[in-house]
Design a protein around this ligand. Structure first.
Ligand SMILES: Cc1cc2nc3c(=O)[nH]c(=O)nc-3n(C[C@H](O)[C@H](O)[C@H](O)COP(=O)(O)O)c2cc1C
Length: 417
């Protein structure tokens, strides 16, 4: 069994969000050690680099490398933004981390801030997360009252203010630069990069942006050492990853696996196979933006490079499993509706392209499509892919290309000729 519990190891204790219970299971031990031993900040960043901890929000950028980009000599304040927007369709793992083990994430935030000399951290949380907000705010208040966060933490002279900022329920605000604009009170439109947020981020100041799961892994790196953490996973992808599995499997849910486990094992061994013994038809392996895989393509290691080599993405680790009863043109239309609704409208290619693809997919489902519509959608996708300010255009284009090419016959079967 490739299951390996690291960040999810305390999910099953109902009292884990309470400070005393979390401390009794080791919470804040590494944070206290960092402060009492005055571990040099650069040593922590180096350890995170050695650990090969990859960003778990979708892009998989190495966390330690990102921290290293923040200019040390900046006279401006520096910020940490925790991406708790969790908007990618199919993704529901960060919610678990926020609700089931908020102190683990807060400890990761504290250590990251110490490593990069940051004294203000924002947790940007999706607007619908009322319950996670309540739980995390309580955890922050308890940690501040215990002297683990706030001013002059454990008499070390280190201050850290952690602030929750609620979004308003827009998918685009999970994109890191749209998140920054939204945090500052502007419309959630992405910014051009470069400059990258590590240099010019929140309030025009150097900013680290990391996903909830990325930061939750940090205390484990300090506990076990970067090398041991890396070895749990693969050469380039250290440690573990949470997978949110939904759709037609016997046991949907959130599972933690070592990096490099196989997608096939996840579906058949961990999740008990296809529901009701039906046949597998398709798998979206990394959230709705990840190109779909056919059954013969799922024997692939769950790591960033291997998934890219298979023509798809590990993304946010949201695995959507579809059995033989699923209509691909219908799934495709639902997905296109989502992207057409969520495109922020800043770039013409994305705004028009998502809407056109949605309208054409509706037409096909209504039996009004013609064979040339498939090539028209592929052409639209080509005009969106990599040609917009942020990757939302590509997030629609890439699955469009995969769905249409891999299931062309099913689309053509719905045409009126
Ligand atoms: C349209 C779009 C939506 C995104 N939504 C999220 C999200 O909900 N949560 C997240 O952590 N990252 C999301 N990302 C990725 C972020 O831009 C960014 O890469 C990530 O927060 C960096 O943290 P990490 O390196 O720890 O993964 C999104 C990206 C795009 C293009």
């Amino acid at each position: 069994m490739p299951e390996y519990k690291l960040v999810s190891k305390n999910f099953d204790y109902p009292d884990q969000p309470e400070l005393q219970a979390a401390v009794s299971r080791g919470a804040y031990e590494q944070w206290k050690r960092v402060l009492s031993e005055q571990i040099p900040p650069d040593k922590i960043t180096e350890e995170v680099k050695t650990a090969k901890l990859r960003g778990q929000g979708g892009a998989g950028f190495p966390a330690g490398v990102k921290w290293g980009f923040v200019p040390k000599a900046s006279r401006k304040p520096k910020y940490l933004c925790v991406n708790a927007d969790e908007g990618e369709p199919g993704t529901f793992k960060d919610r678990k981390l926020l609700e089931r083990d908020p102190h683990q994430m807060l400890e990761g935030i504290a250590i990251a801030c110490y490593a990069v000399d940051i004294h203000t951290a924002f947790i940007y949380m999706r607007g619908e997360f009322y319950e996670p907000q309540r739980i995390v705010q309580q955890a922050i208040d308890d940690a501040v009252a215990a002297g683990l966060l706030g001013k002059n933490i454990l008499d070390s002279g280190f201050d850290l203010n952690v602030i929750i900022h609620m979004g308003a329920g827009a998918y685009i605000c999970g994109e890191e630069t749209a998140l920054l604009n939204s945090l500052e009170g502007w419309k959630g439109w992405p910014r051009l990069k470069p400059p990258f947020p590590a240099v010019v981020g929140a309030f025009r100041s150097p900013t680290v942006i990391n996903n909830v799961e990325t930061l939750s892994g940090v205390p484990h790196i300090l506990r076990m050492g970067g090398e041991a953490f890396q070895k749990i996973g693969t050469e380039k992808d250290g440690g573990t990853k949470l997978f949110a599995v939904s759709g037609h499997v016997e046991k949907p849910g959130v599972y933690e696996l070592t990096m490099g486990s196989s997608l096939k094992e996840l579906i058949y061994d961990v999740c008990g196979g296809i529901k009701g013994g039906k046949k597998l038809k398709a798998v979206i392996p990394g959230g709705s933006s990840a190109p779909v895989l056919k059954p013969e393509e799922i024997d692939v290691p769950l790591e960033f490079e291997s998934m890219a080599a298979a023509g798809t993405m590990l993304g946010s680790g949201a695995v959507i499993v579809m059995d033989e009863t699923v209509s691909i043109p219908q799934i495709f239309m639902i997905m296109a509706r989502f992207y057409a609704h969520e495109s922020c409208g800043q770039c013409t290619q994305c705004r028009e392209g998502c809407t056109w693809i949605y309208k054409i997919s509706q037409k096909i489902l209504a039996g009004q499509g013609k064979p040339s519509d498939i090539d028209l959608m592929l052409d639209l996708a080509d005009n969106m892919n990599g040609k917009t300010v942020c990757p939302l255009g590509a997030a629609m284009a890439m699955p469009t290309i995969a769905f249409l090419n891999k299931f062309r016959g099913e689309f053509e079967g719905m045409m009126k000729n």
